[in-house]
Design a protein around this ligand. Sequence first.
Ligand code: C5P
Length: 293
Amino acid sequence: MALASKSSPRVELARAKVNLALHITGQQPDGYHLLDSLVVFPQIGDRLAIEAAGELDLQVEGPFARDLTGPVEENLILKAVRSFAEKAGIYVPQVRLTLTKRLPVASGIGGGSSDAATTLRLLEDFTGTYLAEEELHALALTLGADVPVCLFPEPQIMRGIGGDLSAGPDLPPCGIVLVNPRVGVSTPEVFKSMEQRDNAPMDLMPEKFETLASLVAYLASCRNDLQDPAKALCPEIGQVLSELEADTRIDLARMSGSGATCFGLCELNAAMDVERALRSSHPDWWIASGPLS
Ligand code: C5P
């Protein structure tokens, strides 16, 4: 956590959440799906700053600010603040949160969930009020299925409807390129259009992947079960995946979450070159690259 003097804002990177593999293994009676997923948090994300103010306030700026179209009161960040205060038994903190929205909205990389989780962490530090881990986790789950995993931006295995978490493997140094064709896909619709919901879980995973090659070999035995239904609803996803697969520097290409963002894994020093090449051929796509962890 970045430290700052009392008057200057504390700033945190709300990292994108990428599902390197996402198996759908069942469905609960309430409609929610059971997952088995390897989740990682690359060094790519929204910027969130917190500072003292006269009242609770949320400012949104950055390239995707305009895509947050709902009333500001319904933003998950403000819901997180109010829920935190209620749970912690404190007054709603008088803070200004400034979100620089750099990740595309509703794009399968958990931007909103990561913003909410980062808000909870920033609030703990700002107020000096720390909830027990289980309380914080339960609070995060009330904000969304993907919020708990974003509290710990390191490799994790996600099961249940998203709230059953365990430590993921150590990852090798490598790069990731994220690509979104700037088309939105509805998560509930993707889940609804799945043909099979009782798929096999991921194979047993080692505690550590020493090399990119071993990580890619393992991931090749996995899938994203939402990829085909999302591709059917949004053919641009297929185009993104074809472009990533055609680049010889990319060792594995797959969709994250319910899409439409896809990722390519590559050597660390190749990531920026791949990003540059894709940008020149597809100036209309959102593309970002960085270290995988
Ligand atoms: O919890 P969250 O708001 O992120 O979920 C968005 C939608 O995704 C849900 O309304 C549901 O349709 C679908 N979903 C699901 N099973 C999960 C997580 C999400 O069916 N485990």
